[in-house]
Design a protein around this ligand. Structure first.
Ligand code: ADP
Length: 308
């Protein structure tokens, strides 16, 4: 079982010619409400790929909550541990201008109420993988990491949106999943090698991660693919995962598709490198359709692409 702990947000997106200046009112050209939130996305990605997923989170009493519970359940995710609280469901207010540039304001709402006390050990008892991001309070993430660790699960930490985390949380995490911005920020501004750089150039980053208690790191590189950094594998401490070539139309939520796919494959016993290769296909396919959760592929879609 995969236990995903974290956020559910309604993505409220308005499209406009250009983003408004402070104090200015503009007419938009379209509007959509879609299910989102990093953890909900990751849970849906893993569920659609056949993973047995439980989502632990919190939503309000509003219609956004109904939409989020419906879309996660439709992907087969167990939402019986998503609490209903008297605080509005989390919302991301997204403005997208014609150039593609966007501006986003997140109101965490109910996500902020997810407390460490909700991380009951029984919920983690049969977890093979615990999947965490940073859109809920850090002390809750920490408690979930501890509960997952105590249950013998693999703790997968997606350090997004970036925040400085306690050494303790890093130590409890078996695998860190980051993009290059998050990796640099975590390593105090260290520049990551270019995607095509010789594998030996990753050694300093591998050592820096390891010195912070993180021996296994998945680094996503957008259209350039990803890297598997594994300080515990002296034969191949850095493995490059080639990007899957697709015609990308919307890369929103690609990182969450990748994370959910990694969680699903690790839970079925894949090695880290095999999970990353599978996730590379799943995340690439997710970029070929508009939207996030609705664009995530099914296991069958990934198999078809893998067998091509
Ligand atoms: P984030 O959105 O979190 O910054 P990335 O942009 O690194 O994450 O994307 C996550 C993963 O999605 C990448 O490692 C890659 O496997 C896949 N991906 C993203 N964009 C593309 C693309 N244009 N073509 C193919 N794969 C992509």
């Amino acid at each position: 079982r995969i236990v995903v702990v974290g956020s559910l947000n309604a993505d409220l997106t308005i499209y406009c010619e250009r983003l408004p200046l402070p104090g200015e009112t503009l007419h938009g050209s379209g509007f959509a409400i879609n299910p989102g939130g990093k953890s909900a996305n990751q849970a849906v990605a893993a569920g659609k790929l056949g993973g047995l997923v439980t989502l632990i989170g919190a939503v309000g009493q509003d219609s956004n909550a109904e939409m989020l519970l419906a879309s996660t359940s439709a992907a087969g995710v167990d939402v019986s541990h998503v609490g209903r609280v008297d605080v509005p469901t989390g919302v991301a207010l997204i403005s997208v201008e014609a150039s593609g540039e966007n501006s986003i304001i997140i109101s965490a709402g109910a996500n902020e109420t997810l407390s460490p006390d909700a991380m009951e050990p029984a919920l983690f008892a049969d977890a093979a993988v615990v999947c965490l991001c940073l859109e809920v309070p850090l002390e809750t993430v920490q408690a979930a990491a501890q509960a997952g660790h105590d249950a013998g699960a693999t703790v997968l930490l997606n350090l997004s949106p970036f925040a400085a985390v306690q050494e303790e949380l890093a130590r409890l995490s078996d695998i860190l999943l980051v993009n290059t911005h998050e990796a640099s920020a975590f390593l105090g501004g260290m520049t990551m090698p270019e995607p095509g750089a010789p594998l030996s150039e990753w050694q300093p980053a591998i050592e820096q991660f390891a010195s912070r208690g993180l021996h296994k790191v998945l680094l996503t590189l957008g259209s350039a693919g990803s890297m598997v950094l594994d300080a515990t594998n002296p034969d191949a401490p850095a493995i490059r995962v080639a990007p899957t070539k697709v015609d990308a139309v919307d890369t929103t939520g690609a990182g969450d598709a990748f994370t959910g796919a990694v969680a699903a494959r690790l839970a079925s016993g894949d090695t880290l490198a095999d999970a990353a290769r599978y996730a590379s296909v799943a995340a690439a396919l997710a970029t070929t359709k508009k939207g996030t959760q609705a664009a995530y592929p099914l296991a069958h879609d990934v198999s078809v692409r893998l067998n091509q």
